[in-house]
Write a protein of this length. Structure first.
Length: 271
DNA sequence: AGGTTCGCCTGCGGGC
DNA sequence: TGCCCGCAGGCGAACC
């Protein structure tokens, strides 16, 4: 499932292949994604791509007419194929570029992803306008989290995965960052000291930026590949390791469900 | 308003 | 081998 590093890698991968290119044709084979793809996206045809950006796990493809907003959901990916390559069953959208021998293709088996349209400032889109800060900016810091968490009884893991608090911290990295910071996933968000938030914030920034850095090394295979950066080689200390020994203290890692999501932690190292 | 649960989907792994 | 079942998972919607 694409987490923020995968989305950033995808953004960097498609950018050089579509910026300054004119969209010649749009083929929508399956409009039923998480929401139906709006007819308005057809405004893309004839438009030149002026830039690509990312906000949280949303990718924006900007033109003068408006922005195509893409979310990869859990199983979506963008990749490039030669013009004329027959689509596979889950290849829902093709974006053909004028004078380009390759086509940008959106594939998404589970269709949890989305393709939306926004005119003007794309950040004003309903789904984007109340998102929290980007995790790798200075705006996301311990003081911000501490203030935001005041009085909240919600488990810290759920709190940090709330996109209104901060974007881009998905299940895998929430588990990893909590372990790195030594914070128990069920601890009430409002019951964490500023000092512990300092450690938590730097853990989050560390795991995310390390993953993005590694994602960059897969970019050379982006065109012609399946577009999936895949799981980064970054060693995961807890996620997917329930029942295995903690890498720090060797006691067996526990697994619980928190907000219906798999949560793995060390009962000894995290309090 | 804070907090929890639901549901969209398909692939995959376990059980038989 | 093949079938069935249950589950995973981002995240907005709906509910409490």
């Amino acid at each position: 499932m694409p987490e923020l590093p995968e989305v950033e890698t995808t953004k960097r991968g498609i950018e050089p292949n579509i910026v300054n290119k004119t969209i010649q044709h749009l083929v929508i084979r399956q409009p039923k994604l998480r929401w139906p793809i709006p007819d308005a996206v057809n405004a893309l045809v004839g438009q030149k791509v002026e830039g690509v950006s990312r906000r949280g796990k949303y990718i924006g493809v900007h033109t003068k007419a408006g922005t195509l907003i893409i979310h990869l959901g859990m199983s979506g990916s963008l990749y490039f194929v030669d013009v004329g390559t027959p689509p596979l069953f889950h290849d829902h959208v093709d974006i053909e570029l004028l004078g380009s021998p390759i086509v940008m293709r959106y594939t998404d088996p589970r269709r949890f992803g989305a393709m939306l349209w926004q005119e003007g400032d794309w950040l004003e889109h309903e789904l984007l306008k109340s998102l929290g800060p980007e995790p790798l900016t200075d705006e996301f810091n311990a003081k911000y989290l501490y203030e935001r968490a005041k009085g909240r009884k919600q488990a810290i893991k759920m709190f940090i995965m709330d996109s209104k608090v901060v974007v881009g911290v998905g299940n895998i990295y929430a588990n990893e960052a909590l372990f790195k910071a030594g914070i128990h996933p069920k601890r009430a968000a409002g019951n964490i000291s500023l000092a512990r938030f300092e450690k938590f914030v730097s853990s989050i920034k560390m795991v995310l930026s390390a993953a993005i850095e590694q994602g960059g090394t897969t970019l050379k295979d982006f065109v012609g590949g399946d577009g999936k950066p895949g799981y980064f080689k970054q060693e995961l200390a807890v996620y997917g390791r329930a029942g295995k020994p903690c890498i720090e203290c060797s006691i067996l890692l526990k697994e619980i469900r928190l907000g219906q999501r798999s949560t793995v932690y060390c009962n000894n190292c995290q309090a």
